[in-house]
Design a binder for this molecule. Sequence first.
Ligand code: HSE
Length: 438
Amino acid sequence: MPELGPVKIGLLGLGTVGGGTVTVLRRNAGLIAARAGRRIEIALATAKDLNKPRNLDLTGIELVADAERVVDDPSIEIVAELIGGMEPARSLVLRAINNGKHVVTANKALIALHGNEIFAQAQARGVMVAFEAAVAGGIPVIKVMREALAGNDILSLAGIINGTCNFILSAMSEAGRDFNEVLADAQRLGYAEADPAFDIDGIDAAHKLTILAALAFGIPLQFENVYVEGIRAITRDDVLYAERLGYRIKHLGIARQVANGIELRVHPTLVPARQPIARVNGVMNAVLVRGDAAGPVLLSGAGAGAEATASSVIADLVDVVRALTSDPENRVPHLAFQPDTLEDLPILPIDDIETAYYLRLMVADQPGVLADVTRILSDRGISIEAIIQLEHAALEIVPIVILTHRIKERAMNDAMAAIEQLSAIEGKVARIRVETLA
Ligand code: HSE
């Protein structure tokens, strides 16, 4: 190994991921140096409370309160931004880039919302911005999409990319429990984001899908064009009915190339129980990528957690260290495609997507209702795959569950509105999209 001095890192944030990064970098220091070609040393780290007791070996790390000191320090070559959120993370990352430093970040919201600006600035300054830890924690999905599948036309991807949603849906299925009870557990166990709405309303998954879709299709980052639905409306009964029909309900981020553009959507989805991704439970994440040459590639693993996420942060540090002396023109492009080849392909409005559907209607148990419902569907060209009336002892209003074949969402919205007008229908029709992922 050449006798170069250590590469000095400035760490912004000593929380869960920052702490995990310190621990793993120390534990595996020899292995990491042998792989990177130089030792990687955290020289400076910021923390909100400098005196907080920490179960970390901080020997040789100077703790500072002022993050600007870290991004301005001439001895720091790489800044690891692990504070999350929008500000001051965005300003600090841009300032580090302006100062000619490389950046490693775990900040999915920052990349999804400001990545286009950040990468343009990094490109102009000739520095790298690496973000493996921003999507699916310890799963090396960015590396796979950007490098290992570089020979493929990526046709689609579908991912369980929010561990909190997966934990809640898995617990609703395994223990037959209600959404609110399980959410409280997820918060107690520390899985949910500081604002749990980010998880359960699908925002966190949409940030991650924005990043994966850009890498897959060579399109700019565009969080604002992702259709987003969370899991609040999913009932314990929907989970059980789906299982009776041979499906599991998963909260998926889906990006797909179709003839007239790209579908970008995050929503609860019925997935056939036989699909391996349907068996990824608890806080685990998984991403299924379909390439024209490789076929389906399924990556699964821990989507969060101190050391799992640190694994990705450190992989990025090693990548950056290995490429420090390379010509910026010959590095792996930030978004997989060379920036001047990015295409603004149209993103389909949700009304224009085509998928199959699970519908649950609460109906008065009287003659002719089912005939009315099926007529509304057939008038709009919607073909039924299965229909079941579920027993509900001593109830006058009973659930009917319908699985349809694929149809445009616009036709389904129209059919649902017509069904809700029937006097025998109680309340709204519950609708969940169905994907075979085949
Ligand atoms: N809150 C996120 C999740 C953590 O539940 O997956 C990692 O982004």
